[in-house]
Design a protein around this ligand. Sequence first.
Ligand SMILES: Cc1cc2nc3c(=O)[nH]c(=O)nc-3n(C[C@H](O)[C@H](O)[C@H](O)COP(=O)(O)OP(=O)(O)OC[C@H]3O[C@@H](n4cnc5c(N)ncnc54)[C@H](O)[C@@H]3O)c2cc1C
Length: 240
Amino acid sequence: MGLKEGVIGVVEKVLNFSTAKATRVEVLSDEFRLVEWESLGFRKTDWKPGDKIQIGLSLQFRTYTPVSLDKKTGKMEILAYFHNPDSLAGTWIRSLKVGDKFQYFGPRGSLAFNECNFPNIYFFGDETSFGVASNLRKAKPEANIHFFFEVSNPSSAKVVIGKLKLGDIGLVQKESEDSHLKKIILGFQNKQIDYKNSNFILTGKAQSIQVILPFIKKESVPSRNIKVKAYWSVGKKGLD
Ligand SMILES: Cc1cc2nc3c(=O)[nH]c(=O)nc-3n(C[C@H](O)[C@H](O)[C@H](O)COP(=O)(O)OP(=O)(O)OC[C@H]3O[C@@H](n4cnc5c(N)ncnc54)[C@H](O)[C@@H]3O)c2cc1C
């Protein structure tokens, strides 16, 4: 063992990460994997839909959203997307196989869906938000949830979305200079929307959220009814 590995090993012990083993890796499309993990720690976890988990190796972590967690079996699933096969997460996800072990901490709170209690919910996100969208759909079976996604590869995204059974979806292909966001904004600027009695949840790319958010705020929506959580940002690594 080299000095670097030794130091990392000591730090890991001090920080008390847990280890999870991949027990199923399902290739949903080129860039999407549904991964099942097993860990004794999941048997003791109080998980809520919308929570996040950080997974990684050698003190480098990336954040994901459990789409299910079964305390009885100690199994958890995440829906992982990679935007770049050669990024840190892209390398992990692409080469992941059953039996691989990763470290994790969490799950812990991120998006509190129990605070979204209006019958209408308007949700924005991208490929990284499919997992949390699935959580929301399952957590709020009675709600009218209107999903809007910006995606790079619609045909690949449709394969995954089809499995999630989300219901009402607007899927828009990303265009240069973000001109596609006009179509998404139209979804949030609809005369049918009862702005004061709806919840708005914005996830995914930080820069897209920044474009859409003012159009919602303009309608005098109380800030407690808007939830914002950026999942990635141009030029930043490993948002938490
Ligand atoms: C709370 C939370 C929950 C999340 N849940 C999920 C989930 O369930 N499933 C999932 O797949 N992802 C999820 N993500 C997003 C995921 O953590 C990021 O996509 C991850 O950081 C990518 O790691 P990376 O090593 O590929 O790129 P990084 O090293 O993190 O980023 C390098 C560069 O790549 C670019 N980049 C990063 N992400 C993207 C992207 N998606 N598309 C295009 N360019 C990008 C940026 O310019 C960035 O500067 C979540 C993030 C957060 C904060």
